[in-house]
Design a binder for this molecule. Structure first.
Ligand code: SF4
Length: 353
């Protein structure tokens, strides 16, 4: 039975506006590439006002790529706080670009109570610059780590691993040891952490499908880095982090007649810099578009959401996952996927038929 916007009382709505995009062009970026925008404070206020009538608990963000990228980050933080009924702590994501250019930024993060910050490496300098899509990214990340530590914020290093950079894991292991990251975090009561994974296979990362790990690559992972990763994900086997082969997943999905609805009473919406709105399910792309906030308004967009009208939502609600897998899966494939990521990958392929 179809639900109307009135029937779905949104307990909470989070809405994220992509005001400025990002200084990087990462090859693993699940939100995909976009031109840098230059939206105004009035645009942010407009977005908040459009969604406000549909929930008593609105949270507004001025970004969904690299936070605090623009100079007026403090002003935007304050504005988001005023526009939000519920304000969360600062994410453990930070702007690496800004932290090495603006000495006030880390003090501001510290004043907000940030205790940990995540940084992403892909191996040594060449691989990290290549994957981040920006020259000197690696050196800036190392500088950012020192700045964080000097301000008693623990770095958490994330690494995306594919066939073309798995042999650089020992470089990361050496970096952690030589830089004494554990000891330096402990000195102020913090905790260093590291984890690796291969990320979901959508957005830009879908283009890395060909170099996705297979089971026979996992022996190349140094034990220390495996241990950090298992601790981070609360798992006991590294195979459980990287998932199962496509062959195994296709076999599992063969008799799975289930469908799924992404409709929630607490949705998160991504709004791009042309005011197109997407549910926070996968890459904000045409298959998941709910409409344009400027030209169609929030009610139509929320109706499209609750009635599963975007192409992706409609397919997932009406096509059994066994059909999607039979159509798009690789029954002999050995690339590793976490099950939900594989279903999402196949669904995105199916949407483009
Ligand atoms: S992964 Fe993050 S930092 Fe990299 S391009 Fe995407 S949004 Fe920017």
């Amino acid at each position: 039975m179809r639900q109307t916007v009135e029937e779905v009382m949104f307990e909470r709505i989070k809405v994220c506006l992509d005001m400025y995009c990002c200084p990087n062009r990462c090859k693993h970026c699940w939100v995909g590439q976009s031109s840098n925008g230059n939206l105004t404070k009035d645009d942010l206020i407009f977005v908040a006002e459009k969604f406000r009538p549909f929930t008593n608990a609105l949270t507004v963000y001025d970004w969904y790529r690299e936070p605090d990228y623009r100079d007026n980050y403090q002003e935007l933080w304050d504005l988001c706080s005023r526009l939000s009924d519920v304000r969360e702590n600062h994410f453990e994501l930070i702007s690496v670009w800004r932290i090495v250019r603006d000495r006030e930024y880390v003090k501001w993060l510290s004043a907000l109570g940030l205790k940990k910050a995540q940084l992403t490496l892909f191996g040594g300098q060449e691989k990290t610059d290549f994957y981040t899509g920006r020259e000197n990214a690696y050196n800036e990340i190392l500088e950012a780590i020192d700045i964080l530590l000097a301000n008693q914020i623990s770095p958490r290093i994330q690494m995306f691993v594919n066939k073309d950079n798995i042999d650089e894991l020992p470089l990361i292991e050496t970096l952690i040891t030589k830089s004494e990251l554990e000891k330096r975090c402990r000195s102020f009561g913090g905790e260093f952490s590291f984890f690796m994974h291969q990320g979901s296979c959508d957005g830009e990362n879908e283009k890395r499908y060909a170099v996705r790990l297979t089971g026979d690559d996992l022996h190349m992972i140094p034990q220390t880095l495996a241990d950090y990763t298992l601790k981070h994900f609360h798992k006991t086997r590294i195979e459980d982090v990287f998932g199962k082969s496509e062959q195994t997943l296709c076999e599992e999905l063969k008799n799975d007649n289930s469908t799924a609805s992404y409709v929630s009473k607490t949705p998160v919406f991504l709004v791009d810099n042309r005011f197109f709105v997407y549910p926070n399910v996968t890459t904000p792309g045409p298959s998941w578009c709910l409409g344009n906030l400027k030209t169609e308004g929030a009610e139509t967009i929320l109706e499209n959401y609750t009635q599963n009208k975007s192409v992706g939502q409609h397919i997932r609600l009406t096509v059994p996952v066994c059909e999607i897998a039979a159509s798009q899966g690789d029954e002999t494939g050995q690339r590793l996927f976490e099950k939900d990521d594989y279903i999402q990958y196949l669904t995105n392929q199916y949407c483009r038929l």
